[in-house]
Design a protein around this ligand. Structure first.
Ligand code: GDP
Length: 287
């Protein structure tokens, strides 16, 4: 008791050690708290699935549908990155529907679904989100299957997809050089299947592959024209060439060789009795 009083008395008596101790506590405590919180935030960060694709494809409608578990309301084209938390379960067939994502009785995985703006001017924001997303488990690239038969819609959609796949290809090869980490799988969600102009998923796949092949050829030609490299494939060209160097035509399976799986699955978001279970199931198996 006496020694306790002595310590208190010492602490309350102004002296250099006491003042120094006070400064250390005042400066050190917030710093320590910051480091503890920062490290625990990365620890508890849940897996992420990112929604990419051109404007008007149905990304926000899909996010709203999954969030509410019901028919999506009218949406506004997204200008900002918006993210929600969902639960996916692969326990049994009865739970594979997005309508059951509130049910957390079985084994479930919590994940973040991130919506990004599709407008060309805001695309750097989406790509930045893609490159900075920690715990990125999958990419859902939403396309409007009802307008892909028009070249003016197909071309920008494929250009965007090309940039996304090229980014993944570069990252996958950099990773495999380092430690063989798994590459991010891509779902091309062929949306608006309820509309009679919608192309079937198989045709969405072949159209996109053909257009991606055309883009890769024209990009490589542009590079060759600007670069006087007599040996053909220069380093820059390898960096912009998507898929197999030896192939004339592009197909998604070429990316499988570096571990990137691309699947095209049909669905619809705003139709009566929205048909998005196949996409939900695809996501549930990857988070
Ligand atoms: P975003 O720009 O990719 O986020 O696209 P939105 O989610 O804002 O959707 C654009 C428009 O397409 C909206 O008017 C939606 O109601 C509509 N839409 C989205 N999905 C479907 C669908 O599956 N079928 C039909 N018919 N319309 C859809």
């Amino acid at each position: 008791m006496l020694s306790f009083l002595h310590v208190v008395e010492q602490l309350l008596t102004p002296s250099i050690p006491v003042v120094l101790l006070g400064i250390v506590i005042i400066v050190g405590a917030p710093l320590l708290l910051h480091f503890i919180l920062a490290s625990s935030a990365t620890y508890i960060e849940s897996p992420a699935v990112i929604l990419l694709g051109p404007s008007n494809a149905g990304k926000t409608a899909l996010l709203t549908l999954f969030e509410r578990g019901a028919k999506a309301a009218q949406t506004h084209t997204s200008q900002v990155v918006h993210s929600i938390e969902l639960n996916a379960s692969t326990d049994s067939l009865s739970k594979e529907s997005f309508r059951n994502h509130h049910d957390t009785t079985g084994t479930h995985s919590k994940f973040r679904l991130i919506d990004t703006p599709g407008h060309g001017k805001l695309r750097p924001l989406a790509m930045e989100n893609l490159s900075q997303s920690k715990m990125l488990k999958a990419i859902v690239f939403v396309v409007d299957a009802a307008t892909l038969s028009e070249q003016e819609m197909l071309s920008p959609t494929a250009t965007y997809l090309y940039d996304v796949l090229l980014f993944l290809q570069r990252r996958a090869s950099a990773k495999s050089r380092k430690r063989g980490a798994a590459a991010t799988p891509v779902l091309v969600a062929a949306n608006k299947m309820d509309l009679f102009t919608a192309l079937p998923a198989a045709m969405v796949k072949t159209r996109l592959e053909k257009e991606l092949g055309r883009i890769r050829l024209s990009r490589s030609k542009r590079l060759l024209d600007s670069d006087a490299d007599p040996d053909g494939l220069g380093v820059d060209e390898q960096e912009t060439w998507l898929g197999d160097y030896a192939s004339d035509e592009f197909c998604f399976e070429q990316l499988q060789e570096i571990g990137i799986s691309v699947q095209v699955l049909p669905g619809s978001v705003t139709a009566e009795g929205a048909d998005a279970d196949t996409w939900w199931w695809w996501i549930a198996q990857r988070v």
